[in-house]
Design a protein around this ligand. Structure first.
Ligand code: ZN
Length: 252
């Protein structure tokens, strides 16, 4: 695979938007949802808990979800070389934003500025009350579960707590999506990494950027729904390709 043409595009870019999906975090030990080692493949109860209607309606679903959250690999995960390459883009002043479908905050932990990370599906590191929207660190709730509360209610109003992520059946935050779309319109390179680009509206960032003149680079381990839109299509191991692509920026 010849990375040079894509690396040259990246080297000339002044406003890169990086769109990231689960594939960026699998090398950090966070499984995707539907793959052979996926969260839902191994634990169908987790898929049920990921549906907002079931979660709100059934205390048993919530009790199982809290036990599942306590053991999630996300709490022990560290950023990998792919995350580090995106930090390097920011250090060089070429990064407009990271639009991420991931809920693990590994971009921020790797060193990207929090104000550059647009989390379209929210974050698992915080809880939010379904009733009053009170927001607190997830660790507080996990400590309460560890101390014996099976379904810890909101400390402010007694309402149902969930992680501050977008569940299935739950509306996305229009302000967050708007930020992602505006960044996509103004970027000169759209670098989509580790996403199958089949979940909307995040996947819309790619054709939107293309329509506004951006060069589209797709890096993924498997084909994506947007491969036909790509100017540069790089298929393989993300944690290998992404650092090499950014290295090419310095040498090119
Ligand atoms: Zn509340």
């Amino acid at each position: 695979m010849d990375l040079a043409p894509a690396a040259t595009s990246l080297a000339r870019a002044e406003r890169v938007v990086v769109l990231t999906g689960a594939g960026v975090s699998t090398d950090s030990g966070i499984p995707d949802f539907r793959g052979p080692n996926g969260v839902w493949t191994k634990n169908p109860a987790a898929e049920r808990a990921s549906n907002i209607e079931h979660y709100l309606a059934d205390p048993e679903v919530r009790r199982a979800a809290w036990q599942h959250r306590r053991q999630a690999p996300i709490w022990r995960a560290s950023p990998n070389r792919g995350h580090a390459a995106i930090v390097e883009l920011e250090r060089r002043g070429a990064l407009d934003s990271v639009v991420t479908q991931n809920i693990d905050e590994l971009h921020q932990r790797a060193g990207n500025s929090p104000d550059k990370v647009i989390e379209v599906h929210g974050t698992a590191w915080w809880t939010r009350c379904w009733e009053c929207s009170d927001r607190r660190p997830m660790q507080e709730a996990l400590d309460r579960v560890g101390a014996g509360e099976e379904d810890p209610p909101c400390l402010v109003c007694g309402g149902i707590l969930k992680s501050d992520t977008i569940s299935f059946g739950q509306a996305l935050d229009p302000a967050v999506i708007d930020r992602a779309m505006r960044a996509s319109e103004r970027c000169d390179v759209m670098l989509a990494v580790g996403s199958t680009l089949s979940v909307y509206p995040a996947a819309n960032c790619v054709p939107l950027a293309k329509a506004n003149g951006a060069t589209v680079i797709i890096v993924n381990g498997e084909p994506t729904a947007m491969d036909a839109v790509a100017d540069h299509l790089l298929t393989g191991q993300i944690a290998e390709i992404l650092p090499a692509l950014v290295e090419g920026v310095s040498s090119g």
